[in-house]
Design a protein around this ligand. Structure first.
Ligand SMILES: Cc1cc2nc3c(=O)[nH]c(=O)nc-3n(C[C@H](O)[C@H](O)[C@H](O)COP(=O)(O)OP(=O)(O)OC[C@H]3O[C@@H](n4cnc5c(N)ncnc54)[C@H](O)[C@@H]3O)c2cc1C
Length: 409
């Protein structure tokens, strides 16, 4: 047993774990991260939001514009009707940061982890945690290689959700996207690179029962995925959907295709995300849906808030207080609520056709929408967010397909 070597142990070095490690180490705390994989490793989730930028500064991150793709905003397309909308983050409400980045997660997660190490955190890669024992006086963490003790543990295991799956506190959200099948193209033609342009926008294409993502990456690469909230989703479905999209056909003409991957059943909330000497951050606490690219931002900003609560508690030797992280839940609730409401409307109402594609949108609502799309969801002066809150869509079992030809409001 490696007694008292560390004050905090973090399980998982994704965006949530590395953010927490960086901030704890910056504050002079002895922190150990145990990460199962060797980095760099593949991870899906490549489109970031502007709201991350101030936190990048606090972490001391420098984004190398030659390694990541500048992202000006988000485009929404319905190729069936010809509808199109572009939202530039620069047109958001005052104060919302005006751009973001498209990142290859292998590189980005490695950058975050290396920056945490540079700030003084210790990270053991290729060391999976196999047991966590929460005691009154300390937390004992075992890995395949060693045993450790600490005063507090963060579960940053992503969708593995260490505590939630063992305590059976995973509450699936059934009406959001259920599965994704995706691939990467490389060697895009000069015409395609030209069409994507310097804006580097994410393109969201509406299809029956779901949507495509098209995310440009540096080096003439494109990430393309298909997400559905119901129906069969496999390689065959992806092939058919790719073939049916003139835009994807045009952008990917002549490009080399990488392997196809699938991922499913990701939408859930962890009903018990914290307790005495422990807290879940990032996807281990909740994950909604990829459609508005909120996952990494909520993971990193949630980790930041949790560390800001833990630091004074460590100084006061109060880290075992059962309600220490209760303010974390109150802080994250409006953010999860805003995105959940937006996502429910995306899948189960005609919001995109009526609001996103509106010919003459209300300017204040449009600015507010863009601030939400940018992840700036903690402000209290956003009329669009207030509208989402005041007319909440409750969970329900949808009965009709969101087909623009037939669906009513
Ligand atoms: C199809 C899809 C598309 C997405 N697209 C986007 C997007 O465009 N933009 C966006 O912002 N988000 C996106 N997301 C969400 C995003 O990927 C996640 O929200 C984000 O990765 C969460 O970060 P995290 O640190 O919580 O978890 P992760 O990034 O998953 O990191 C968890 C880490 O914990 C490690 N780990 C797990 N178990 C153990 C163990 N026992 N011991 C040690 N280590 C362990 C894992 O190896 C992993 O490295 C998408 C998600 C899906 C499903």
């Amino acid at each position: 047993m490696n007694d008292d070597a560390y004050e905090v142990i973090i399980v998982g070095s994704g965006p949530a774990g590395s953010t927490a490690a960086n901030l704890l180490a910056q504050a002079g705390r002895r922190v150990l991260v145990l990460e199962r994989e060797s980095f760099p490793r593949f991870h899906i989730g490549e489109s970031l939001l502007p709201i991350d930028l101030p936190l990048f500064e606090r972490l001391g991150l420098t984004i190398d514009a030659s390694a990541y793709k500048f992202k000006q905003g988000a485009e929404f397309w319905d190729e069936r009707t010809g509808d199109f909308a572009f939202f530039s983050f620069a047109d958001a409400m005052p104060g919302t940061p005006s751009h973001a980045w498209q990142v290859e997660r292998a590189l980005f997660d490695d950058l975050l982890a290396r920056q945490a190490i540079a700030r003084g955190a210790e990270i053991h890669f290729g060391e999976a945690v196999t047991a966590i024992e929460l005691g009154a006086e300390a937390v004992a963490v075992r890995s395949e290689r060693a045993s450790y003790r600490a005063r507090f543990v963060f579960d940053a295991t992503g969708q593995d959700a260490w505590f939630a799956r063992r305590a059976r506190t995973v509450a699936p959200i059934r009406e959001l996207g259920r599965a994704a099948v995706f691939t990467h193209f490389e060697g895009l033609s000069a015409a395609a690179i030209d069409e994507i342009g310097a804006q580097g926008n994410i393109k969201v294409l509406l299809v029956p029962d779901g949507w495509h993502w098209i995310i440009p990456l540096v080096g003439g690469r494109l990430s393309v995925g298909l997400v559905k909230w119901r129906g069969k989703l496999d390689e065959e479905a992806l092939e058919a959907a790719l073939a049916a999209s003139p835009l994807i056909q045009r952008l990917c003409a002549g490009a080399r295709r990488g392997p196809t991957r699938t991922i499913a059943n990701w939408s859930y909330k962890n009903l018990r995300p914290h307790g005495p000497r422990w807290a879940c951050i990032g996807d281990a606490a909740a994950f909604l849906d990829p459609v508005f690219s909120s996952g990494v931002s909520l993971a990193m900003l949630g980790a930041e808030r949790a560390v800001d609560l833990l630091l004074p508690a460590l100084s006061a030797a109060d880290e075992a207080a059962p309600e220490l992280m209760a303010p974390w839940s109150s802080h994250m609730q409006p953010a999860y609520d805003a995105f959940e409401q937006l996502i429910r409307r995306f899948y189960h109402t005609r919001m995109v056709h009526h609001l996103f594609f509106a010919a003459e949108p209300d300017p204040a609502l449009r600015r507010g929408l863009i601030s939400v799309l940018a992840g700036d969801v903690w402000r209290r002066d956003n009329p669009f967010q207030a509208m989402l809150e005041s007319s909440r869509l409750q969970p329900r079992a949808p009965t009709i397909l969101p087909d623009p030809e037939t669906q009513q409001d």
